[in-house]
Design a binder for this molecule. Structure first.
Ligand SMILES: NC(=O)c1ccc[n+]([C@@H]2O[C@H](COP(=O)([O-])OP(=O)(O)OC[C@H]3O[C@@H](n4cnc5c(N)ncnc54)[C@H](O)[C@@H]3O)[C@@H](O)[C@H]2O)c1
Length: 262
């Protein structure tokens, strides 16, 4: 019985930015629970590699292209029969950190275009489809511990704060229409093109990237004593996408090894 609640057989899930890193872990977790997962990434090469590994369809998408977002999610609903779960994972952060005086207009606009506007376009397209389809749905937005505990720079911290409030606003609006909207907030998660996650709180050598290095230096603060792994964020998304979370909406679920506990 308990396992039935986690079973996503017959559900169609679309995960943005799922070619690499956390998104690939989310796609893997939802696939393992039986969902038909559509892998999607702006980078066709990584999207196609992850899709083949999972035996899943791959539909490339740049979430900042609003027309492509509408077209792609409509295509998913017609080709696969529904859109039950949307995970807004696509996000950028490397190369966008630093003090406000060093942030250019281009840096600010580029990061917000992906992390906030792209997420908004996908939420809007999915909400239209889920409400019209009459079978409700789940929207899961990948926020960050920086949504509530800033510290890596105004550009990224601000964007992830916005993701949290968009989630809460949509939970209010879409709840009566059968769509649950929640946020998952990863802490430091080991995706930085390194071979394997360290199982201790070891601080990796500086990369020269201000934001990545700030995250790395804060590793010592994690009570569980290690970095997270993409599949661990995937498991939280699976929970929120499943029958385990039927009565949960508008929450912010940290997956951070306790980093937010001070
Ligand atoms: N890794 C961490 O420590 C961490 C911590 C907190 C939150 N997050 C969030 O998790 C999400 C995934 O981060 P990650 O660490 O796996 O990053 P990543 O760079 O490993 O993967 C992000 C993926 O998104 C894709 N992408 C980038 N721009 C896109 C666009 N415009 N349209 C579609 N796809 C696009 C990239 O090609 C890449 O495959 C992001 O929203 C990030 O802010 C990550």
């Amino acid at each position: 019985m308990a396992l039935d609640w986690l079973d996503l057989t017959g559900k169609v899930a679309f995960v943005t930015g799922s070619g690499h890193g956390i998104g690939a872990g989310i796609a893997e977790a939802l696939s393992a629970a039986g969902a038909k997962v559509i892998v999607s990434d702006i980078n066709e090469e990584v999207g196609s590699a992850t899709a083949s590994r999972l035996g899943a369809p791959n539909i490339p998408l740049d979430v900042t292209d609003r027309e492509a977002v509408d077209r792609t999610l409509a295509r998913v609903a017609s080709e696969f029969g529904a859109l039950d779960v949307l995970v807004n994972n696509a996000g950028i952060y490397r190369g966008f950190g630093g003090p406000i005086a060093t942030i250019t207009d281009e840096m600010w606009q580029k990061l917000w275009a992906v992390n906030v506007e792209g997420l908004f376009y996908c939420c809007r397209a999915a909400a239209r489809i889920m409400v019209a389809g009459g079978r409700g749905g789940r929207i899961i937005n990948i926020a960050s511990t920086q949504s509530v505990s800033p510290g890596v720079g105004v550009t990224y911290d601000g964007s992830k704060g916005a993701v949290l409030q968009i989630t809460r606003s949509l939970a209010l609006e879409l709840g009566p229409k059968g769509v649950n909207v929640n946020a998952v907030a990863p802490g430091a998660t080991w995706v930085m093109d390194m071979p394997a996650p360290p199982l201790t709180g070891v601080v990796p050598p500086p990369t020269g990237d201000a934001l990545a290095d700030t995250v790395a230096s804060r590793i010592a603060r994690i009570p569980l004593g290690r970095w997270g792994q993409p599949i661990e964020v995937g498991k939280a998304c699976l929970f929120l996408a499943s029958g385990m979370a039927d009565f949960i909406t508008g929450v912010y679920l940290p997956v951070d090894g306790g980093w937010l506990v001070e």
